[in-house]
Design a protein around this ligand. Structure first.
Ligand SMILES: CC(C)(COP(=O)(O)OP(=O)(O)OC[C@H]1O[C@@H](n2cnc3c(N)ncnc32)[C@H](O)[C@@H]1OP(=O)(O)O)[C@@H](O)C(=O)NCCC(=O)NCCS
Length: 395
């Protein structure tokens, strides 16, 4: 008979970690044990669960205590990771059981949302998750940004080693957490992974002494490519300063790649800019983030439009019930529903799609994630208008 228990500290090495090399690494991984021991500190605060039978670890899953912005509210979120089952024990329901337990445990410690990068979406859709939007990869030649060199911009860009700028980097991420819908902020022990190895430069744009944008990146060689991570900024000026900084690499590198938000339009960055903007979802290598509510409390007080609607959440242990969502005061009030009024019946994934703003109510119906009256469509569209979550802050 198998049982689920939590493991922590060094104990992870001979339990959960025994499943990681086969599930996630290339074969053979001769020094996997040493690498895993070195990475132990990056798991320090994770909530790690294992399924055991006769002293043998059959499956594992972890929750990382993270924060995420949901339509302007900062909410505690469980970042689900390291989900793996021993090949001999797959398709016996171990991961599903672990996920249900992990949801409960993380909810008990105040996490109202959960998010993960799926190996295969249908597995997690059954567990209440919905796919969010994929960030885009922009490829351009730095010469294309040269017109920005002639624009007088107030402010400056400073380059430093990520080790020296780590505090600035984290402070700016924390600020974006409070400002950008979808933004995630991982705990310090996990964010510290960027320092090991510290193979990134940090470019920081400041205006009037205040950080307005930043970019981590590395250069793969003379005449090669400047690989930038996420383009993070709080104003158009911050973005322009960073792009002008990239223009200064013309004839040093031939190409620049940058990750940008789904609603970014790089073709507007400079006149006649030749640019390729790509989004490619593939599984398991390039999946869009998936997210879900672990509790209706995640929606309480969230900024919204003036809709008012009754919903019934079905097929989910954590969310099932009838609720009245009232946004007439400018933020959502979640109350137990009475009878009557415009009503929508939603699966957990359908409800989460509306909460994150990735689907319109009619898309929810078209995807088979709910049923609703025409009146409920109108109310839900008003209450939870579509928005593009910026799933940045992977850390
Ligand atoms: C993905 C993985 C963790 C699944 O573990 P598992 O213990 O076999 O999962 P379960 O037995 O709980 O399966 C639950 C459901 O998902 C389905 N499922 C399992 N593996 C699947 C797969 N590869 N593709 C699609 N569906 C799958 C099962 O059929 C089952 O469906 P059902 O409830 O309708 O019967 C395991 O295959 C694994 O370790 N893979 C390699 C590492 C990995 O990809 N991890 C996930 C990172 S997000």
């Amino acid at each position: 008979m198998s049982n689920i228990r939590q493991v922590s500290g060094d104990e992870r090495l001979h339990t959960a970690f025994t499943l990681y090399p086969y599930a996630f690494d290339k074969t053979p991984a001769a020094d996997a044990a040493g690498e895993l021991r070195d990475s132990l500190r990056f798991h320090e605060g994770n909530h790690t669960l294992v399924v055991e039978e006769g002293g043998r670890t059959l499956a594992t899953a972890s929750g990382i205590p993270t924060h995420q912005n949901l339509r302007g509210s900062v909410v505690r979120m469980a970042g689900i990771a390291w989900v793996a089952t021993h090949p001999d024990a797959r398709r016996q329901g171990h991961s599903s059981r672990l996920m249900h337990r992990l949801h409960r445990d993380m909810l008990d410690t105040g996490h109202l949302l959960a998010a993960l990068y799926p190996f295969h979406p249908s597995f997690y859709e059954k567990l209440g998750y919905v796919g969010l939007l994929l960030n885009r990869t922009v490829t351009l030649s730095p010469q294309g940004l040269a017109p920005l060199l002639n624009v007088a911009l107030p402010g400056e860009v400073r380059r430093q080693d990520i080790r020296d700028g780590f505090e600035v980097y984290r402070a700016f991420q924390r600020r974006l957490l409070s400002e950008r819908h979808g933004f995630m902020f991982t705990p310090d022990y996990r964010a510290a992974r960027i320092l090991d190895p510290a193979d990134r430069w940090l470019a920081t744009a400041t205006v009037d002494g205040e950080v307005a944008g930043l970019l981590t990146y590395y250069i793969d060689g003379y005449g090669g490519c400047l690989h930038a991570d996420e383009l993070l900024y709080t104003s158009a000026l911050g973005r322009a300063l960073l792009l002008r900084f990239l223009a200064q690499h013309a004839y040093q590198v031939s190409q620049v790649t940058i990750t940008v938000a789904p609603d970014e339009f790089p073709e507007t960055w400079a006149p006649s800019l030749a640019v390729r903007t790509v989004t490619e979802a593939s599984f398991p290598t390039s999946p869009p983030l998936m997210g879900r509510l672990l509790s209706m409390d995640a929606l309480q007080g969230v900024r919204c439009g003036p809709g008012r609607v009754e919903i019934e959440a079905v097929g989910d242990q954590l969310l099932a019930g009838r609720y009245l969502l009232d946004g007439t005061g400018g933020s959502i009030d979640v109350a137990a529903a009475g009878r009557g009024g415009e009503k929508a019946t939603l699966t957990a994934a359908g409800l989460c799609a509306l909460a994150y703003g990735v689907l319109d109510p009619l898309d929810v119906v078209a995807r088979g994630l709910g049923e609703m009256s025409q009146g409920a469509v109108v109310q839900l569209r008003e209450l939870l208008p579509r928005r593009a979550p910026h799933a940045f802050g992977k850390g």
